[in-house]
Design a protein around this ligand. Structure first.
Ligand code: GLU
Length: 447
């Protein structure tokens, strides 16, 4: 039972209206369960039905993506763009290409994005998109044809002042290139600010590639500093081996931490001597291979097919793979093994049971909405550079990212304290993000 019956009613309504979209329900529940004290302090939010309005996307676009594969066979995928909230700026959020994608995944991601973006303090709304297309095993030519077909439909819904996508799982520099190229062709406009995560050679920002991973480590370091510690010397495990994981590992190493494991959806690499990042980068960024091949270059490392990375003892755990990858059992194991900090590089990687264990245990737990906001923040910096036709140096951009992560940390920390839950970054991030959106909604009237 919810402490506030108004919130229980809103949740019931969300479940009824969005039947079967379990990830969306989970994301909504986590946020609105934090809002009881906010409604008490600000009755106008309840009177004006602010929560009910936020839970309903402003616009949802679902479309057919037909394309022809290398064998000449016609393929049909489904494309999505959920434009959730534009009160703080143009819809902003990535595109995910993965076979698990359906409306419920895009809606959970879009919903999270509203609050994540709000907590950064930057002028960006929330949205998300993607497709059930699986780029794995597809040729460059197939990926290009898919992206061109996807953008042929989606271009009419985008714009630098309207909706600005970027990457997510399955969408990296290659896909962003094909998507931007087709947008330019459809609109006859070189509108750099319409998409972020571009190559720095044609309008992209330096540090965007590194930003989510680096930012997550900066955030964890801030949480530890608030407790008189730091990541230096810590034994870490980082799940995943994609863009977020790779650059989280890089920054951890730069700050003197020791990363002993990473993974992909097939298995886990445990390298007690320290994960060799050059090998991971070559396998994943250049050769597009699986993480099991790591042991070809490093015989001392162990590959555990189907293993659980959270069984490997560590002090700092960074889930950087995907949603619900860390369950209650894994959380128990981590805590029993002496883990003192968890920073979510992925979106909603911990199940509700795991979150509760982390929060109740009092360890430093940074939820994705706070800890992985560095990616989208650097996208906002990319939009800023595009708008002024400027390009900043790596050093300056990284310094800006670091400042932003410190601000996100302070914002969450102070909000949690103000609402009587010191050290609870879940409450801090959800309330800080919600209040910024809610204030703008009240100012704009019933829209
Ligand atoms: N997909 C990323 C996220 O989950 C980045 C979004 C963006 O840069 O717009 O925040």
């Amino acid at each position: 039972m919810h402490a506030d019956p108004r919130i229980a009613k809103i949740y019931e309504q969300v479940v009824r209206r969005n039947a079967g979209e379990i990830e969306f329900h989970q994301a909504v529940k986590e946020v609105i369960d934090c809002l009881g004290p906010v409604l008490k302090k600000h009755p106008q939010y309840a009177d004006q039905k602010v929560i009910e309005r936020i839970c309903e996307p402003e616009r949802q676009i679902i479309f057919r993506v037909p394309w022809v594969d290398d064998r000449g066979e016609v393929q049909i995928n489904r494309g999505f763009r959920v434009q959730f909230s534009s009160v703080l700026g143009p819809y902003k959020g990535g595109l995910r290409f993965h076979p698990s994608v359906y409306l419920g995944i895009i809606k959970f991601l879009g919903f999270e994005q509203i609050f994540k973006n709000a907590v950064t303090g930057m002028p960006i709304g929330g949205g998300k998109g993607g497709s059930d297309f699986d780029p794995k095993g597809r040729s460059d030519a197939e990926v290009m044809r898919f992206c061109q077909s996807f953008m042929t439909e989606m271009h009419r819904h985008l714009g630098e002042y309207t909706d600005v996508p970027a990457g997510d799982i399955g969408v990296g520099a290659r896909e962003i290139g094909f998507l931007f190229g087709q947008y330019k062709r459809m609109t006859n406009r070189y509108e750099s600010g319409v998409i972020t995560g571009k190559s720095p050679q044609w309008g992209g920002a330096l540090v965007r590639r590194e930003a989510t991973g680096y930012g997550c480590v900066f955030f964890v370091d801030e949480m530890l500093k608030a407790r008189g510690k730091s990541v230096e010397g810590m034994k870490c495990v980082v799940s995943g081996s994609g863009n977020v994981a790779i650059y989280a590992i890089e920054k951890l190493e730069q700050l003197g931490a020791h990363v002993v494991a990473c993974s992909d959806s097939n298995g886990v690499i445990h390298d007690p001597q320290g994960i060799r990042l050059d090998t991971v980068k070559r396998l994943k960024e250049v050769e597009r291979r699986r993480i099991r091949d790591y042991t070809e270059a490093h015989r001392e490392a162990r590959y555990i097919e189907g293993g659980c990375i959270w069984d490997i003892p560590c002090q700092v755990a960074l889930p950087c793979a995907t949603e619900n990858e860390l369950d209650e059992r894994a959380a128990r194991t981590l805590l029993a093994n002496g883990c003192i900090a968890v920073g979510e590089g992925a979106n909603m990687p911990s199940t509700p049971g795991a979150v509760k264990l982390f929060v109740d245990s009092g360890i430093a737990y940074g939820p994705g909405k706070a800890a992985n906001g560095g990616g989208v923040s650097t996208s906002a910096l990319e939009m800023q550079q595009n708008a002024s036709r400027d390009a900043w140096t790596f050093e300056f951009s990284e310094q800006r990212l670091h400042e932003i992560m410190r601000n996100i940390h302070r914002n969450c920390y102070e909000t949690a304290e103000a609402y009587g839950s010191p050290g609870n970054y879940v409450i801090g991030a959800n309330i800080a993000g919600f209040k910024r959106v809610a204030e703008a909604m009240l100012a704009f009237g019933v829209i």
